[in-house]
Design a protein around this ligand. Structure first.
Ligand SMILES: [Zn+2]
Ligand SMILES: [Zn+2]
Length: 202
């Protein structure tokens, strides 16, 4: 899929692509979401836990969001709600401000004439002229879309509500059965014994 060079050549986009492994539309959507949210919240990348991100899918977009916001799986401030929506909440603990961005799918709709050309190409019936026309109309449409700025890609609403708690660190204890060390809060009492979740399931 074509993505304009002014996006793919940006230094921060390149960092996202390096982390993710390739460039794709999903990564680009995450990149735009993170940029828009950070700008609207007036904050930069999180060194610690001052920012929290809640993603509602686990697709390519999530990698760009981790790179740009500094909210990561490992820091515990990157929260996955497994509900399959192209939506992301960015929360700033200090200001208490939270924004939920929902991707506006309609902007990727392909006009009829362009779709007809794409069908010809797919069916192997396109002339060289058709191919050139297709390339130029589709690139022009996508260039115009990106030139309009990240705000056309999302609806943004301010949301309130409790944020996920900060990451908790608990001491580890050995599981009474397998002997492996387990964060204490994840052990389950079984009579006299303390079991890890794997051993509990057996
Ligand atoms: Zn991808
Ligand atoms: Zn165990």
């Amino acid at each position: 899929m074509y993505i304009p060079a002014f996006i793919t050549e940006a230094e921060d986009y390149r960092r996202c692509a390096r982390f993710h492994g390739h460039t794709c539309m999903g990564l680009t959507i995450g990149y735009l979401a993170a940029k828009l949210a950070l700008e609207r919240l007036g904050v930069s990348r999180a060194d610690d836990e001052e920012l929290v991100v809640i993603v509602e899918n686990d697709a390519c977009c999530c990698d760009a969001i981790q790179v740009l916001t500094g909210c990561t799986f490992g820091k515990g401030n990157f929260v996955f709600r497994d509900i399959g929506k192209m939506a992301f909440t960015f929360a700033h603990r200090d200001s208490g401000k939270s924004l939920r961005l929902v991707f506006n799918n309609a902007i990727l709709a392909v006009p009829e004439a362009e779709r007809r050309l794409a069908d010809l190409i797919r069916d192997g019936k396109a002339s060289a002229e058709d191919m050139r026309t297709y390339e130029s109309v589709s690139e022009k449409r996508i260039d115009d879309l990106f030139a309009a700025g990240p705000e056309v890609f999302f609806s943004v609403e301010e949301v309130s509500g409790p944020l996920p708690p900060k990451a908790s660190i608990a001491p580890s204890m050995s599981c009474s059965q397998c002997g492996e060390l387990v964060m204490q809060t994840k052990l389950v009492q079984d009579g006299e014994r303390m079991l890890c979740l794997d051993c509990t399931a057996q």
